[in-house]
Design a protein around this ligand. Sequence first.
Ligand code: ADP
Length: 388
Amino acid sequence: MSDTERQIILSKLNQIVDPRSGRGLVDAGLVQGLVASRGRAGFMLEVAPADVPLYEAVRGEAESMLAALPGVERAQVVLTASAEPSLAPGNIRVRKGATLSPQAVSQNAPSRPTGAMKPAHVRHVLAVASGKGGVGKSAVSVNLACALARLGLKVGLLDADVYGPSIPRMLGLTDEPVVGAGGKLQPISVFGIKAMSIGLMVDEAAPMIWRGPMASSALNQMLNDVAWGSEAEPLDVLVIDMPPGTGDIQLTLAQKVAVSGAVVVSTPQAVALIDVRRGISMFEKTHVPILGVVENMAYFTDPSTGAAIEIFGRGGARETAETLGAPFLGEVPIDIALRQACDDGKPFVIDQADSPAGRAFMDIAVAVAAGLEAGADERPAPTMRIVD
Ligand code: ADP
């Protein structure tokens, strides 16, 4: 977007009146992270939690205004609610209503408030987490979701990895999500599951606006403004591919969403396992049940001899799970076909459920489904909107 185009958009947006201050939206500081490229235009409208209903109309007006601009095929204004936390020493205020200090948030808010909720028409929310990037968390999320669907469950997959969303690639998704009749975003139906990725909603050139505390708000919207299930067809499980680590997104989830259980993925070597301990401990502190630990890339089978080569060591995740009192769900071998399937956009378990890695995913899915049922919470899912 050129400077001139940007100025034109901003001046148009400033003609919309902020109902609180009576000033233009831009002058009131409400337009955050403006993006306009490749036929898409959008920004974040960040307001106080109590003001969310008041600003729904403003969001609609701003979206219509953007949609009417020449060359704009899709406009999206994301309404986010962010509390105004008092600044702790060392925190940096980066924009109105947001501070950069996930650590401070984690120290201040270790427990799950009693008001934690589920998205509407979703029976179970399952978090797939890892302490570290690159251990195969997304590969496990995709294959676990499809394996659960093969077991006959209605499954959704939400890619919340704001730092590197890979689900669109792994499922071959290219279409942008559309808004359905009920005003909610429609998840994309593919390989027997419903999928939605933060990567489909944001221009890759502008990922920064979703990071940190803002990302928590975006996640709330992904959970609540997407038509995951309906009265007639509720989802059994919504699998969430979390970003690696123990930052804001994980905390938002653990504290505000009634996560039924978490699966932690690790490779066998020590460096990944230290992070697993942190991940498990975060879920424990926030009272999210750990359904178990998956050891990914546990071994590689030498094609000429059939011998198992333990490239990253083997058994470390099992030992850590045992030490920490968490169930061990199984080990997934390194399989070139699995890597290839991820790159080709077709989940491995669709065609290769009978291979050792495929069987591992199916067994893990059975254990996860049992773990979810064991802790099943049959209270009706509320339809309230969750805000920061
Ligand atoms: P993460 O989500 O933890 O960052 P990914 O799921 O994106 O990790 O996996 C990282 C890379 O490793 C991807 O290219 C993926 O295809 C590959 N991969 C993951 N698990 C396996 C496995 N068991 N065998 C072979 N390749 C794997």
